[in-house]
Design a protein around this ligand. Structure first.
Ligand code: NAD
Ligand code: 3PG
Length: 488
């Protein structure tokens, strides 16, 4: 990079973070750029730092003309500063602040007193002690909220299909089903990522299952709530109050009914906004910048296996076997292990996995990946013949794929290979009654074009883009489809 690199800081960072950058780079702090302005500026920058408000689209990368080397996402694992937990406590504390403020009408009472009123009986609150809090999403933020709520004397339950019961038990929290969580809690706090399966997870149907007078807290992502349904639930009295830090559209449009609602407490996405969460911390950067990097020649040799490793990881892994004719010291598998972790964790989490933070994140989530080599005879010219991953004791989205002992084994090769399904693009797996016309019916339900359909009792369809949730719902509704798995 010649002399000093130029770093574009596109969203507000703490002063201490900026000082660190200024020590070695020309720092351009330009906030609130339009996509067009960002695309123009980016061609003059070596690095870009963003927070949640900036989308670094394909267009931005293309406009960089090859100069951009690093994109740093403050608050997540990234190559500049690896701070995967830096805003966890800040977000958890904000969740608790919203919970307590909502229960005691702090924001409303404050506004009314400032307007010259003294309304002691209007703002009678509700107590927290002994009440049940359902933590929806028991990840980094959710578990910290649970810990703090227990300190307030609340009974805490959690719903998270991917969390370990042991980790929950250690905090004194019971993991329960979605329905049990939302139907038994007086307070429901959302802490899951926004994914196709969590989008609008609190909808009319979910609100109907809640106790009358339930209270909702959201410091996760606005899109996990169907906001129109929440307005209806508030107006009907089903939901007594809500406290929201995040919105489907940010900033919300003027006149947004939730923002203006008397029984809703709102903050403008302040979850991560504490002084402490913005300050770079020495102990965390050691997990990042000092992490061993994979040399360029290893990267290029393993490139074809990288996508395969990620796809295989999406099935969750306990044992990875690399079948190779190479000697152990001639095959560096760290990149592949990182991609398997990425495939495993990213679809269910808000964490962005890369080579730097993969092992750290896997360990943090209690995922242990054992590796072994299957030594093959033959030419060591190709680094790998195949990769096999094996998982045990899990609930599979696609139970037909499991052996009697509850294990799933998947194997993949790169190049001209014999596999039942090519792990490229998105794949829909369906177990069906074997009858004519099924591929057509499933195809008609999918908005994407099909590539290389196969017809078996188990059908795998490669589609050229991630299937739309509506399309998947329609597939699930076809009577002959007994079971299907949305994606690999
Ligand atoms: N308001 C803010 O400023 C702020 C700050 C930090 C994080 N966040 C948001 O908070 C959320 C949680 O962040 P985190 O760092 O704890 O992420 P995390 O990845 O550590 O935890 C998310 C958890 O949600 C679980 N999950 C996935 N799908 C689920 C489902 N369908 N039902 C229930 N649980 C499900 C995952 O298994 C995981 O344990 C994310 O949406 C993140 O973007 C907001
Ligand atoms: O995604 C996140 O880390 C949080 O929502 C915080 O976003 P911010 O860094 O834009 O405040």
């Amino acid at each position: 990079m010649g002399a000093k690199p130029t770093v574009l800081v596109a969203e507000k960072l703490g002063e201490a973070g900026l000082e660190v950058l200024k020590g070695f780079a020309n720092v351009d702090c330009s906030y609130n750029l339009t996509q067009e302005e960002l695309c123009t500026k980016i061609s003059l920058c070596d690095a870009l730092i963003v927070r949640s408000g900036t989308k670094v689209s394909r267009e931005v990368f293309e406009s960089s003309g090859g100069r951009l080397r690093v994109v740093g996402r403050a608050g997540h694992g990234c190559l500049v500063v690896n701070a995967p937990t830096a805003n966890t406590v800040a977000a958890a504390e904000h969740g608790i602040a919203l919970l307590t403020a909502m229960a005691r009408n702090i924001a409303q009472a404050d506004a009314s007193l400032k307007a010259g009123k003294w309304l002691r009986s209007k703002y009678v609150g509700v107590s927290l002690v002994g009440k049940t809090l359902a933590v929806m999403g028991f990840g980094k933020v959710g578990s910290e909220v649970a810990r703090r709520a227990k300190g307030l004397g609340m009974h805490v339950i959690a719903h998270d299909p991917y969390a370990s019961a042991d980790r929950a038990r250690a905090i004194g929290v019971d993991l329960v089903s979605f329905d049990e969580a939302i139907s038994t809690a007086e307070f429901i706090s959302l802490h899951m990522p926004l994914t196709p399966s969590t989008s609008k997870i609190l909808n009319d149907e979910a609100f109907a299952k809640m106790k009358t007078g339930a209270r909702i807290i959201n410091v996760a992502r606005g899109g996990v709530i169907d906001e129109d349904a929440l307005v209806r639930a508030l107006d009907s009295g089903k939901v007594a109050q809500a406290a929201l830090d995040v919105f489907t559209e940010e900033p919300p449009a003027p006149g947004n009914k939730l923002v203006l609602h008397e029984r809703v407490t709102v903050t403008p996405h302040l979850g991560a906004s504490t002084m402490e969460a913005q300050v770079p911390k020495g102990e965390l950067s050691s997990t990042a910048v000092n992490a061993p990097m994979v040399p360029a020649e290893v990267l290029s040799e393993l490139a074809p296996y990288v996508i395969l490793a990620e796809k295989l990881g999406r099935l969750a892994v306990q044992l990875v076997s690399y079948a190779t004719a190479r000697a152990p010291d001639d095959l560096d598998t760290r990149l592949l292990r990182a991609m398997i972790t990425k495939g495993l964790i990213e679809p269910i989490s808000s964490v962005f996995i890369n080579l730097v933070n993969a092992d750290f994140t896997a360990k943090q989530r209690g995922v242990r990946i054992a590796e072994e080599r299957i030594l093959l005879d033959g030419s060591p010219e190709n680094p790998l013949d195949y990769i096999q991953v094996q998982i045990a004791h899990v609930e599979s989205k696609f139970a037909s794929a499991m052996s009697d002992s509850g294990e799933i084994t998947v194997e993949g090769r790169v190049g001209s290979f014999q596999v039942d399904v090519s792990l490229e693009g998105s794949i829909i797996l369906c177990r069906q009654v074997d009858q004519p016309g099924m591929i057509g019916r499933v195809g008609a339900s999918s908005a994407s074009r099909m590539i290389a359909p196969r017809k078996h009792a188990v059908m795998a369809i490669g589609v050229d883009e991630e299937p739309h949730p509506e399309a998947l719902k329609k597939i699930g509704e076809i009577p002959a489809i007994e079971e299907f798995c949305e994606k690999l």
